[in-house]
Design a protein around this ligand. Structure first.
Ligand code: NAP
Length: 433
């Protein structure tokens, strides 16, 4: 006997929550056709201050509650959609929902990145579903492709631009030649960056998303703390000028690479060739390039955030779960834990490097730099030297190295910092080509 309707409970009525409630109401008929029976919004759990929001009246005041017990004890709720964000108390809410036998849909990357494997186990034990398509890449389908469509592949690499805020900032710096703080202020004015932008600009948000994707791709538990991360605030307008001159774009890349029995997982700014697909991903757009042994390369591209694209992903999860409930199908995804995965320490990775320094504008400087690099087995592929300051007689020296080990590069940078002819080491950026 099929269910007559499927009850929905929503936690959080912010940017995404209010949009999801709106879509559930406005598209009720279409969604019912897709599922086989109506999706009925039963309750929305909010905190006190949300009750003053004008959209509450559009949805109907009777749906809203601030009472946790009232929400979780509602036996008419089949699917709980969590859209409040943050780790706590969202994690406790998800655990409560799952252990009460509710199916769960969430957009919460932090909770899933840190606790995804445990929550999936809990869902399995309680014979319910846990879906999180919106947690990575907003409206871009990414979780389902990794869980289902790409499973025949051994995934060898993921190269992703998965933070719209930083991609907007880097695009403005590249196109308009402005510095980091001006571009950040512009992103904040336009609502692309939060008042406290730390999680985005320091690459933390990207580590959550990379942890989720890598865990699925490698069927293992990769946690955000396993991922090396570096933000974008050290980049200057001059780095973008030199990058262009050398044929590169600069992007904040989230990278997972399989190397024999080890994987590299890292988030940092990277020089990438100007003619590569990812170099053309501008503004708030996201893209994820996946390399699999059967498919070769697959590129996912689209809007990685915002209420409309994100609600698309949330609702698609709700419909998928509701179809299973309606048809009485137990189709719950499990991560089969592969314990043999070893994360390669950052000190052991090997890349090419871009290096920008302010140096004394006199002869013999380059040979001193070459000597320090050579002592660490680092050879130079190309050099640009430009007069920087006539009065102080300094020049800007930009080097591209051949592939070198990270440990050797860090030691060489330490050695260079002691050279009297170097006034400042402006920046160094890894090259992914
Ligand atoms: N915004 C996007 O484009 C986007 C894209 C992809 C994924 N996501 C994810 O979607 C989730 C929601 O994001 P959002 O942008 O909608 O955030 P948001 O606008 O801050 O909304 C979250 C809402 O939940 C409320 N809340 C906090 N604690 C609560 C509790 N205990 N019970 C009920 N409500 C509570 C918050 O109230 P206060 O503000 O008063 O604390 C806020 O109104 C997050 O996990 C986020 O990472 C967002």
């Amino acid at each position: 006997m099929h269910k007559q309707s499927i009850g929905i409970g929503l936690i959080g009525f912010g940017v995404i929550g209010s949009q999801v409630a709106k879509v559930l109401t406005e598209k009720a008929e279409i969604l019912a056709d897709q599922v086989g029976c109506p999706l009925v919004l039963r309750k929305i759990k909010v905190i006190e201050q949300d009750l003053t929001k004008p959209q509450i009246n559009e949805i109907g005041r009777q749906y809203f509650t601030t009472d946790e017990d009232e929400f979780f004890s509602d036996s008419e709720i089949d699917i709980v959609i969590e859209l409040m964000g943050g780790e706590s108390p969202a994690l406790q809410y998800l655990e409560k929902a799952l252990s009460n036998g509710k199916h769960v849909v969430t957009a919460n990357k932090e909770v899933i990145a840190k606790n995804g494997a445990g929550l999936l186990r809990m869902a399995h034990q309680n014979n319910v579903g846990l879906r999180y398509e919106a947690s990575v890449g907003g409206g871009i389908p990414l979780i389902a492709p990794f869980q289902y469509e790409l499973v025949a592949n051994k995934i060898n690499g993921i190269y992703a631009i998965i933070n719209g805020t930083t991609n907007y900032i880097l695009t403005r710096m590249a196109i308009d030649g402005i510095d980091f703080s001006t571009a950040l202020a512009s992103a904040q004015r336009l609502g692309y960056a939060e008042a406290d932008p730390k999680n985005d600009i320091e690459g933390i948000d990207a580590t959550y998303k990379l942890a989720i994707l890598t865990s699925l791709a490698l069927q293992s538990e990769v946690k955000p703390d396993d991922i090396y991360h570096e933000g974008i605030s050290r980049l200057s307008a001059s780095d973008f000028r030199y990058a262009r001159e050398l044929g590169f774009a600069i992007k904040l890349l989230a990278i997972a690479k399989r190397k024999l029995n080890t994987i590299e997982v890292r988030v940092h700014p990277a020089f990438i060739p100007q003619d590569s697909l990812l170099a053309k991903v501008d503004g708030v757009y996201n893209a994820v390039l996946v390399e699999g042994d059967l498919v070769d390369k697959v590129l996912f591209y689209g809007q990685g955030a915002g209420p409309l694209p994100t609600s698309s992903a949330v609702i698609s999860d709700v419909v998928a779960e509701a179809r299973d409930i309606y048809l009485n199908v137990k189709n719950h995804f499990q991560i089969k834990l592969n314990t043999g995965v070893v994360i390669r320490p950052m000190s052991e990775i090997k890349t090419r490097y871009y290096l920008r320094m302010t140096v004394a504008d006199r002869s013999g400087v380059l040979s001193q730099i070459t000597k320090v690099l050579g002592d660490h087995d680092i050879s130079i592929a190309s050099v640009i030297q430009k007069e920087a300051d006539k009065v102080n007689q300094t020049a800007e020296a930009v080097l591209m190295t051949h592939p070198a080990g990270e440990k050797a590069m860090k030691q060489a940078l330490e050695g260079l910092s002691h050279l009297e002819v170097i006034t400042e080491i402006g920046n160094f950026v890894r090259v992914e080509a």
